[in-house]
Write a protein that binds this ligand. Structure first.
Ligand SMILES: Nc1ncnc2c1ncn2[C@@H]1O[C@H](COP(=O)(O)OP(=O)(O)OP(=O)(O)O)[C@@H](O)[C@H]1O
Length: 321
C-alpha cells in the first residue's frame, strides 16, 4: 500500500506529459510521399503554429495526430496516451479544415451532441456561454442549415471548445471568418493559453500565427524545414543598405559581415547573431573610406512571412545547425 502511494506521489511530482508528442511520422498516398519523418512536441498550454505551402503535409500530420489517418510509420502520444485511446481523444477538441455539421440540428443541439460524444458533463449554461464566446449567442435555437459559412465555422470552434479540452487542434480556423471574427479567434487562442490549454494551429495567415504562436513548425514537401520559438526563428537581423560605387573591395567588406544579396543598388546583409554594437558604424565608415556613396542604412528584424519565404526558397533553415 505504502509502495503504491509512493509510486503515485512520484508520478504526481512528474511534469505533465506534453499535449502532443510525435516521432518519425511517415505517410504515403500511392506513389506520393505526403509526410516524411516529422517529429515535434506541443507543450501544455503552448500555442504551436503549423506553417507551410499547399500540399506540404500539414493536414495529413494533423489527421495522423488525431488517429484519423493511419501513419505508415511513426508514433503519436496525445496528452501522454496513445492517439487511439478514447481517454485522450475525449480531451482533444478539433476543428477540421472542411467542416460540416448536421443541417437539421440547431446550434445548441450540435453542441449537446458533441458533449455527449465526448462523454463529459457540461451544463447547458456552460454550453450557451461557449456559443457566446464564438459570437453565436443569439443563434443557439436556429438550424445549422440556415447558417452562413462563417457562422458554421464559428460553430465548429464552439464544438472544438465545448467539452473542456486540454488540447485544441484547429485546421485553418479562420478561413471563412470576417476580420472581426479573426481578431476574436486570436483573443480566444490567447485565453486558451492562459487557461493552460494547448493549441495546435494550422493557418496560412502568417500574421495570425506570428501574433499568437509561441512556437512554429514549418513543413515543406512533407518534411520539417524549420522549427523553433518565434525569437529563435526571427532572431536574425538584417542590414538593408542603398549604395552606389561598390567595387570589389567594398563587396568583400560587406561579405565579411555576413551573407550579402544585391538587387540593383539595394544590398541586404545578414547580421551575425553576436553582432557587436560597433559593427554597423564600422562597416559604414569602411565603405565610405572605400569610395562607396551610402544613401540609406537600416537594420531590421525580419518578419515571419519573410523568414518563411526565405526558408522555403533555400529549402532549409540556414540559421540552424
Ligand atoms: N486522401 C488522400 N489521397 C491521396 N493523396 C492525398 C490525400 N490526402 C493528402 N494527399 C496528398 O498529400 C500531400 C499533402 O496534403 P495535405 O492535405 O496534408 O497538405 P496541406 O499542407 O494540408 O495543404 P493545404 O495547405 O493545401 O491544405 C498532397 O500532395 C496531397 O495531394
Amino acid at each position: 500500500m505504502t509502495e503504491l502511494h509512493d509510486a503515485e506521489a512520484m508520478i504526481s511530482d512528474l511534469p505533465p506529459s506534453p499535449a502532443v508528442w510525435c516521432s518519425g511520422l511517415h505517410k504515403r498516398y500511392r506513389r506520393r510521399t505526403a509526410v516524411d519523418g516529422v517529429s515535434f512536441t506541443v507543450g501544455r498550454g503552448e500555442v504551436m503554429g503549423l506553417l507551410g505551402p499547399n500540399g506540404a503535409g500539414k493536414t495529413s500530420v494533423i489527421k495522423m495526430l488525431l488517429g484519423l489517418v493511419r501513419p505508415d510509420a511513426g508514433e503519436v502520444l496525445l496528452l501522454g496516451r496513445s492517439a487511439r485511446d478514447p481517454r485522450s481523444r475525449s480531451r482533444v477538441g478539433y476543428l477540421p479544415e472542411l467542416f460540416r455539421y448536421q443541417p437539421w440540428l440547431t446550434a445548441a443541439e450540435v453542441l449537446a451532441l458533441h458533449v455527449r460524444l465526448a462523454g463529459v458533463a457540461v451544463p447547458e449554461a456552460e454550453r450557451r456561454e461557449c456559443l457566446g464566446t464564438v459570437g453565436l449567442a443569439d443563434r443557439a435555437g436556429d438550424r445549422v442549415g440556415g447558417f452562413s459559412k462563417g457562422m458554421q465555422q464559428r460553430l465548429g470552434l464552439a464544438v472544438a471548445l465545448v467539452a473542456r479540452p486540454e488540447l485544441v487542434v484547429l485546421d485553418e480556423p479562420t478561413s471563412a471568418l470576417d476580420p472581426v471574427g479573426r481578431a476574436d479567434v486570436r483573443d480566444l487562442l490567447l485565453s486558451l493559453r492562459e487557461r493552460g490549454v494547448a493549441v495546435l494551429l494550422n493557418s496560412h495567415l502568417i500574421g495570425e500565427v506570428e501574433r499568437v504562436c509561441d512556437r512554429v513548425v514549418i513543413l515543406d514537401q512533407g518534411r520539417i524545414a524549420a522549427s523553433g520559438t518565434l525569437p529563435e526563428l526571427l532572431g536574425r537581423r538584417e542590414l538593408r543598405l542603398r549604395l552606389d560605387g561598390v567595387g570589389e573591395r567594398a563587396a568583400a567588406r560587406l561579405a565579411a559581415v555576413g551573407r550579402t544579396t544585391r538587387s540593383g543598388d539595394a544590398f541586404t546583409v545578414v547580421l551575425p547573431a553576436e553582432e557587436e554594437s560597433g559593427a554597423v558604424p564600422g562597416l559604414v565608415a569602411d565603405l565610405v573610406g572605400l569610395g562607396v556613396r551610402v544613401h540609406a542604412v537600416e537594420p531590421v528584424r525580419i518578419s515571419l512571412e519573410e523568414r518563411l519565404l526565405d526558408i522555403l526558397r533555400t529549402g532549409h533553415d540556414e540559421e540552424r545547425p
